[in-house]
Design a protein around this ligand. Sequence first.
Ligand SMILES: *[C@@H]1O[C@H](CO)[C@@H](O)[C@H](O)[C@H]1NC(C)=O
Ligand SMILES: *[C@@H]1O[C@H](CO)[C@@H](O)[C@H](O)[C@H]1NC(C)=O
Ligand SMILES: *[C@@H]1O[C@H](CO)[C@@H](O)[C@H](O)[C@H]1NC(C)=O
Length: 587
Amino acid sequence: MSLLSCLLNVLVCCVLGVTSVVSVGLLGFEKELSDVILTTALGKIRGTYLTSQAGKNFYAFRGIRYAKPPLGALRFKATSPIEQWNGIFDATLDGPMCPQPALNSSDVSEDCLRLNIYTKELPSESNLNVKRPVIVFIHPGGFYSLSGQSKNFAGPQYFMDRNIVLVTFNYRLGSLGFLSTGTKEAPGNAGFKDQVLLLRWIKIHISRFGGDPGSVTLLGYGAGATSVTLHLVSPMSKNLFHKVIVMSGSSTAQWRIPENQLALAQRQARLLLCPDINIEQMIECLKQKHYLEIANSQGNMFEFGRGNPVLLWKPVIEPKLGQDRFLIEDPVKSYQDGKFMKVPIITGLTKDEFVGPALNILENEELRNAFDNNFDKVAPVCFLYSGDLARSKNVSDELRKYYLGPGSLHPNRSLEGLANLFADSLTGFGVHRFVRLAARHTKVYYYLFSYQGQASHLYYPEDKPYGVVHHDDLLYLFVEPSVSRMFADDEEEYKVIETLTRMWTAFAYKGDPNKPNDEYLRNVRWRPFSFKKENYLEIGDELVMKEGLNLERYEVWKKLFPLHWIRRHSKNDGNNLDYPDAKDVLQ
Ligand SMILES: *[C@@H]1O[C@H](CO)[C@@H](O)[C@H](O)[C@H]1NC(C)=O
Ligand SMILES: *[C@@H]1O[C@H](CO)[C@@H](O)[C@H](O)[C@H]1NC(C)=O
Ligand SMILES: *[C@@H]1O[C@H](CO)[C@@H](O)[C@H](O)[C@H]1NC(C)=O
């Protein structure tokens, strides 16, 4: 709703449930916008105005609860939809992040299931039928960190120069979100079920904010991308969305999806001095702990260095315990059988992805030697495969031979190889396999993001970007104040922001990122992936169609983890698999 029409017609505004609260003053209302109150089926919400990169006002409703706070008995379990409230919910500021190690602990809370909605236009008397495509951002962070807050990671100022409604949100993280014992006390996947509740909330309420519940695009990054590849196969997420953008992550990699992670739950319990044999007592004790105690023990959950394995808590294939199950079989099997939502897909990754963990190891002599001398033990932890199968040593040997070559690790010369090994194990191979599994049934637009600007999430050596690492492409979709200021029109980066947000928006409208009459997009035709050409779009200084992304590297993984082997062992957690026959290994 335009503010002017609202001012001129207070009655209609009130009938529609929109009230603009403007400090009195006849001269220039643009300076005096303060907030806006919207009536929804759940209750009244007070929002505010923010300014887009190009300087236009848009509405922001932040920190809205979308589910019952997962407190007390609900800890480690699915929660339920939020109930109606009385009074006016104050949604003028970011809500708290979900518990995670944070500098300022007053910025995290267990009451963190909050969403943020950004929209340029609300339904009004002159246009009751505002219906824009909705983009829902599922944030990254390895299932144990980050959030959808606008002030840190997910600023909406670029997307609000496009005609979409943007939703960002938080889901439970770490042990609070994903602890799984295989029993009813903690069946697992709680964080994914939060995401499902969020999608159901959108389906019911987003039209009130000018969003089209019939056109919802999931945009997931990293752990969020992994989540999207699970929503595509989950019985709980069916028909809650219509297109997906899967950036730098997937559940279709070499790591297996277990039925529970009891051993990790026990590790968490021991860190907090809780009993670890009797599951009921263990969970009872963990429920008594303050959420900050649980969040702050996160750092001690890792097995090697500062953060390996990157994927600590995983999705689980839930046992039948009477609960709604988010995952009922291995997603690789679902994709192979064509049992997934066959919606249009954009997916891809950055040129360099995971250099950080490689640098951490190489720069620290002690860690480097520990890694080098115990490679058979450490490699499965860092590169996410099981370490205690008869064939594990062969897998480690093959990977070492291909990526690192002979001899011991060298602080400089080994960097590229080790970075590639992290990149391929944590994102590249999973995305590669996802493209091929999905493209047999639906359109997949595959990309490589290689544009290198001034800002990055990794500067090395010294103060220059190393390359284009994990999250660097997010700098052109969201304002991330902790990493970079907002880019201005006269900076080179602005062109990339325009290109990316326009392609993603065109895709949100019609499932196709091409828009030949758009000045930023008219010079390229992004063709969907075909098995014959193995084509992808390189998004760099220019947009260029290319063929065969990192094929030689991914061939190594395909040989070590052939699809039919994965399928045969898809119900196992990978800790007690049979030795696959030689045919399996070689195919
Ligand atoms: C911590 O966060 C709270 C809530 O966001 C804020 O009011 C406070 O100023 C912050 N404190 C510091 C030291 O940054
Ligand atoms: C791994 O096993 C295969 C099949 O047995 C064998 O051909 C290959 O040489 C082994 N790789 C290494 C590095 O030992
Ligand atoms: C490693 O590379 C960096 C950056 O290129 C350089 O500054 C440093 O001197 C090199 N160190 C060694 C031991 O080669």
